[in-house]
Ligand binder design. Structure first.
Ligand code: T3D
Length: 261
């Protein structure tokens, strides 16, 4: 199975595992990954999803070897089909998951692999990690939302620079630019993402889902629309057991015990 998946203590860990290609996406990995992300997003027992890669890479994006075999067989399928059928639903499954999604970027994340890391809500990087908008090296444009996400994180000038050059953003620069929330030494990396996942999996899950929705809406809409959405979201968050628990815990001077409801 090219995606390894495990669930424990409310955390689903999804590991891309096609190490001979640096976890590049062929059809099998692409469709299995989409199915696995969507499954974890829909599973109420999962309160945080972690995406990572096996071996030395997060993911090298589209499998160029598989693409070349297709071309060698005389077929030139429109690349847009892969976006519509595979990558775009995957990006939406991540961004619309009603729970935090962490990218534990263990190594290089290139092409659509970089887009997937950028689509997550929290990025924790090993010191060996780097993001590469490699699309341009194959004569392609960044897809799977890469420019949308990067522009919002680092501004248009820097995003366009990396889209045009395909130059890598290493872990340290990524941290300085605010792309990576944390950068951790390789030895401490696994413990660090597990801690981050444990923290998010024990938080107020419904409030997290609403925060994700508000953050996306903020990039698109007017202040007027945002204020109205906040009223709707706050009304919903205010009806959760986690809200009651948060208030009670504060007044009792103790840590809240959120149940995700
Ligand atoms: O269908 C559509 O709609 C198109 C969608 C496109 C979305 C995209 O993702 S386009 C972008 C595709 N990805 C790339 O262009 C990245 C290609 N890879 C690289 O640039 C480099 O490999 C890396 C920067 C990721 C890592 O470099 P490095 O030096 O650490 O490793 P390497 O030696 O280049 O690669 C190691 C092996 O992985 C190597 O195989 P080998 O020689 O040991 O047998 C290499 O061929 C393989 N590999 C790396 N990336 C891919 C790959 N095999 C297939 N597809 C890859 N993308």
């Amino acid at each position: 199975m090219p995606v390894r998946s495990s669930v424990a203590d409310g955390v689903a860990v999804l590991t891309l595992d096609r190490q001979e290609t640096l976890n590049a996406f062929d059809d099998a990995l692409g469709s299995e990954f989409l199915e696995t992300v969507a499954g974890a997003a829909a599973d109420d027992s999962v309160r945080c999803i972690v995406i990572t890669g096996a071996g030395r890479a997060f993911s090298a994006g589209e499998d160029l070897g598989a693409l070349q075999s297709t071309y060698a067989s005389g077929r030139t399928p429109p690349l847009g089909d892969t976006l519509v059928n595979r990558y775009n639903p995957t990006i939406k499954a991540i961004t619309e998951a009603p729970k935090p999604v962490i990218a534990a970027v263990n190594g290089v994340a290139a092409g659509a692999g970089a887009s997937i890391a950028l689509a997550c809500d929290y990025r924790i990087a090993s010191e060996n990690a780097k993001l590469v908008l490699a699309f341009v090296h194959a004569g392609l444009v960044p897809d799977s939302g890469a420019i949308w996400f990067l522009t919002r994180m680092v501004g248009s000038a820097r995003a366009v620079h990396h889209a045009l050059t395909g130059d890598a953003i290493d872990a340290r620069s990524g941290r300085e630019l605010g792309i990576f929330d944390e950068v951790v030494e390789a030895d401490a990396f696994q413990d660090a993402w597990k801690d981050a996942a444990e923290r998010l999996a024990s938080g107020p899950t419904r409030a997290y889902a609403l925060i994700k929705e508000l953050a996306f809406a903020a990039s698109a809409g007017s202040l007027e629309e945002q204020l109205l959405l906040e009223v709707k979201a706050q009304t919903e968050a205010g009806g959760t057991a986690d809200h009651m628990e948060g208030v009670k815990a504060f007044l009792e001077k103790r840590k809240p015990r959120f149940q995700g409801r």
